[in-house]
Design a protein around this ligand. Sequence first.
Ligand code: UGA
Length: 437
Amino acid sequence: MKICFIGTGYVGLVSGVCFSDLGNSVICVDKDNDKLSRLESGDIPIFEPGLSELVRKNLDAGRLSFSDDLIGSINKSDIVFIAVGTPTAKDGVSADLSQVFSVAHLISKNIKSHKIIVTKSTVPIGTGDKIEKILNKNKKKGLFTIVSNPEFLREGEAIKDFKYPDRVVIGANDNKVVKIFNELYRSIINKGAAFVSCSRRAAELIKYASNAFLATKISFINEIANLCEKVQVNVDDVALGIGLDKRIGSRFLRAGPAYGGSCFPKDTKALAKVGKNYNSPLSIVNSVINFNEKRKIDIEKNVYKILHNKVKNKTICFLGVTFKANTDDLRDSSAINLIYKFIKKGARINYFEPSGSKEILDKQKNVNYFDDLYSATKNVDLIIIHTEWDEFKNLNFLKIKNNNKKVTIYDLRNLYDNKSFNKSHITYYSIGRPVNA
Ligand code: UGA
């Protein structure tokens, strides 16, 4: 099929490249010419394992191309995916849909033959209806069908998630179009993905509700972890014990710092706003948002406690600053919030990050990036394991001990068994577990 993706951000680029890998002819469109030249030479602006090889392969096969010609690309395609950003708006909660609507206006002024227009961007309920109105206003009735096909890709796992999803969701109020999507995703469905066909509004809500539910699971286990610390129980045992109940499921029950990234914080807030707009308050989602904010403060307080409230002139080493492993993304990473708080209190920060140094941190006074993990952990007062990179799962503690008078570790990802630190002369704190028990 002939497809075009408008927007080469995370979602547009990964999905476009993966569709070309399935044998479709795909044009990825963007306004940013520098980015397009980089992409054409196989230089990928985002950190996503396996993506660069896939871009190269499909460019060479002639199935994938990049263009700044929005109108030309739309007119060459049967299916147009809108994959532009929907960041949080100025009000701090709603989704800013200006980029989506501006693309809709451009399409409405320029289409000449029938197109299937798909929202891949995460958009609130009713956005498809509004796009339809924009096109109808420009008297394009009959020349388009608007579909919602949300994505469920995780950063760092996006190619696998595209190729082997649990489900493909198509929200279309037109059976002929549903059949076309069934064909487009045929090889993925044949590998076991469920095909969920529903109304466009239902598809829009499925996306938000999925992210909100996952965020709820994380906040739930984080709150249980707080209780575990009080009652001397290991939260990992609790997560295992409840997760084996298939009705609950074991995934997304890893206790840790506040959840972050470009999706959960933004989408939970936008969903809560939609609930408010429709006079149907989403109290659970609101609690999750509030709990996650409080989690940042709780972790910060725990650090002060570990340092006996003496933070000034202390050196704190962060292992990992991204919001999770296998990404270079800092958006809403709890590490950033913590680092700012600590430097304000007069601490010095060392950090080692497998995806490389971060400009936003390097600009800060008293924050130092090290390209070697053991140099970063030398002569420090506290080591915080913030991100669950594989590099941190087998640390050489002997080396760390040799580099420090006293070693204190706060492991926010429970990468180690706390019993193994008994008699080690390392003070080890983790999440939701009895101290060194
Ligand atoms: C999330 C969803 O998982 C994807 O399905 C969705 O497509 C994507 O948002 C999106 O809407 O685009 P992502 O933001 O890449 O994907 O990250 P996740 O792997 O979901 O992790 C989000 C946050 O939750 C991270 O801070 C992570 O550390 C935290 N987390 C995750 C936990 O603290 N515990 C867990 O058990 C799982």
